[in-house]
Write a protein that binds this ligand. Sequence first.
Ligand code: AMP
Ligand code: MN
Ligand code: MN
Ligand code: MN
Length: 287
Amino acid sequence: MPQNFIPVDLHCHSNYSDGALPVNELISLAAANGGRYLALTDHDTVSGIKEARLCAAEAGINLIAGVEISVTWQNNCLLHILGLGIDENNQQLIDQLNHLQQNRLERGHKIAESLAKAGIADAFNGAMAYCTNPQALSRTHFAQFLVANGHAKHNRVFDQYLTSGKPGYVMQTWASLADAVAWIINSGGVAVIAHPARYKLSKSKIINLITEFKSYGGTGMEVISSSHSLSDEHLFGGLCKATNLLASIGSDFHRADHYRKIKVGINKTPPDNLPMIFDSLGISLSC
Ligand code: AMP
Ligand code: MN
Ligand code: MN
Ligand code: MN
């Protein structure tokens, strides 16, 4: 493990959602990188957790059961809320995630219709060919299909096709913030705002979000993330301290690639004075 890193990663994806690796390979890679505490946080599904527990036990990794829930906040803002330390057998959580997975499939058909109008045929089956778990059909799988068929370069495909106003973008209403936090808490977990810099919210909107999130019982916010710059770390670390949220840390690893050097299983050491979420999850790094 590189200097100034810690063996904790509270955010990553397998091919149960839009990650490239099967759970066993993801966990072996995290162990090879020196990881000790790993949360599997697939989008809107906990289907990979059981297998992850078995693989983690073999690899000497402490698995934290997780999920990354898609949320629609204030009508049109897409947020991701992590549930960490959840019980993957909790019936309410499973039922509600099933509902979101249904929405994913319906949205997938609408994305394909929309792309067909733009002259790109059979995108639903095309995207599905990249999707190991059909319930978790994601824009990432459409991106893979579009790139493989020469419609866009990998670094431009979201901007050209899959974001608001573009031919393959479909507006979708996900869970409410209140519901997502409640499902997480009711299943024994802690709720964390994922990669807050990604939402491009003004400072006053971020404060509104944190205030509302805390009023529902939310606990933490990611500070160290592959989506964050150094100045994002300062900003969101400061906001954690100011609002008594606990800081979280996650690679958001999806795949090994040559343009973003993200390692699963380990992360930059957080600053000493940042209150971390570790105690809530039984993470102890003292030995
Ligand atoms: P979905 O949950 O199906 O709407 O897809 C969102 C996923 O697409 C995120 O979890 C990211 O993995 C990926 N994603 C979103 N925006 C981008 C982007 N601009 N470039 C690459 N991947 C992206
Ligand atoms: Mn993703
Ligand atoms: Mn996310
Ligand atoms: Mn993620």
